[in-house]
Design a protein around this ligand. Structure first.
Ligand SMILES: O=C(O)/C=C/C(=O)CC(=O)CC(=O)O
Ligand SMILES: [Ca+2]
Ligand SMILES: [Mg+2]
Length: 419
């Protein structure tokens, strides 16, 4: 395990900062006097990449890459460019850099910046690859923790909506929709009464695959540019009524929040961890040579409106997944589906074996039957209007961490309908 890499940016040299030189995550920011532009987080500052490129400090490719407010153009240049940029940023920002005087004026305080979507989401797919989550959902909804017959063989997924993916901090209206109580004769329309979160990691595809051409798990692994935290907000009552037999639709289409910084696969490399032992051997096309998960500690926090602090309601680790993002991506493309730069893959809800490790309120409250208590003394089953939900994550190294930046969303009341 490497050590903290020292930077001349003082705030980057602590065990507490999510953004030491070891991390260098990619985001998009604006300030009172600048439009959205690409930036790299370092300590409590952001390096303005557009300004760095204009100043000739960054030269990647033949044409400007940072004249646009998203990271897709860098991704499109391929993995040699990804490595070259990371190495160059390391030079510019490391302790003793001869270029410090040129770089320092291009730093902006994170406190003065607003963060925006770091990349253009091409398409969004969500998986169902957390074993404990799948067992819990079976127990709650179908009376048995037994997994569906295909579960140990296929990373199950559904195609979501890129248009529903939003940056951390975006408020989410409680969705209206159709739902039907089990004993009701007819469905009714109105605000979801079972509004939930899903704790997930999002993998970002940075290299395309060709239409009609399958890929291997190792190729898929190389295609992943980086990761974000992902909250797949879910309306359980809408979902429960609509999703048989074709899968989630409106119940998961009203908002999916992501954390603001793309943490690169390169920064996470030393935190690789294996998938759990296979209970059923996977078909050979799903074999890969690398450990496909990462040791990333994850938390879910909940804060009612007006409460002075958030309560930790769940804590788990990305290593709880059964399938890796590379396996999911390989499976996604195996029949010939083209994968594009900017595709976002949700891992599926991450839950561990004990109640404190559950990644959704559905599980924490066992479908509303067992309310849980916040530090404020209030109880919850599902989300109430005004509640703020936060996902937090970091890979913990020896004296440093690779943090993601929080993935935050507050729930607003449903929009009136009919208007
Ligand atoms: O098991 C069910 O009936 C429902 C499962 C989910 O809603 C989970 C889902 O959307 C995929 C995931 O995030 O794991
Ligand atoms: Ca999900
Ligand atoms: Mg360009």
């Amino acid at each position: 395990m490497s050590q903290l890499k020292k930077s001349w940016v003082d705030s980057a040299n602590s065990a507490e900062t999510p953004f030491p030189l070891n991390n260098l995550p990619y985001g998009v920011f604006s300030t009172a006097d600048s439009e959205p532009r690409c930036g790299v987080a370092i300590g409590d500052m952001i390096l303005d990449m557009q300004a760095a490129e204009e100043a000739g400090l960054i030269e990647i490719g033949d044409e400007p890459v940072f004249d646009v407010p998203f990271w897709n153009e860098l991704m499109e240049l391929g993995s040699d460019a990804w490595s070259a940029l990371r190495a160059r940023l390391g030079q510019l920002l490391s302790e003793g850099s001869p270029e410090r005087d040129a770089v320092e004026p291009l730093l902006v305080a994170q406190a003065d910046a607003e963060l925006h979507m770091p990349f253009l989401v091409s398409e969004y797919t969500d998986f169902y690859a957390g074993r404990q989550h799948a067992a819990n959902m079976g127990a709650i909804l179908r009376g048995s923790p037994d997994l569906p017959a295909n579960w140990l063989h296929i990373p199950i997924g559904y195609n979501g909506r890129a248009s529903s993916v939003v940056i951390s901090g975006t408020p989410i209206h409680r969705p209206n929709g159709q739902r039907k109580a089990p004993d009701a004769e007819m469905p009714s329309f109105g605000p979801s009464m079972r509004l939930d979160i899903e704790l997930e990691m999002g993998a970002i595809v940075g290299k395309p695959s060709e239409f009609g051409q399958p890929i291997t798990v190792d190729e898929a692994d190389d295609m992943i540019f980086g990761y974000v935290l992902l909250n797949d907000w879910s309306a359980r009552d809408i979902q429960g009524w609509e999703y048989q037999p074709l899968g989630p639709f409106q119940g998961k289409a009203f908002g999916t929040s992501i954390s603001p910084w793309i943490v690169t696969a390169a920064a996470l490399e030393e935190f690789r961890a294996p998938t759990p032992e296979r209970e059923k051997e996977l078909l050979p096309y799903l074999d890969g040579s690398k450990d496909g998960l990462y040791d990333i500690e994850l938390q879910v926090l909940m804060q009612p409106e007006g409460a002075d602090k958030a309560s930790v309601v769940g804590e788990t680790n990305y290593t709880r997944m059964y399938y890796s993002a590379a396996e999911q991506l390989c499976h996604h493309a195996i029949g010939g589906c083209a994968m594009n730069v900017g595709d976002l893959l949700g891992s599926g809800t991450i839950s561990g074996p004990t109640k404190t490790e559950y990644g959704s309120l559905m599980e924490m409250s066992w479908a509303g039957r067992e309310p849980f208590t916040l530090d404020t003394g209030e109880t919850r089953t599902f989300i109430e209007d005004g509640d703020t939900l936060t996902l937090r994550g970091a890979a913990k190294g020896d004296g440093f961490q690779i943090g993601f930046g929080d993935c935050v969303g507050q729930i607003l009341p449903a929009v009136n309908w009919p208007k």
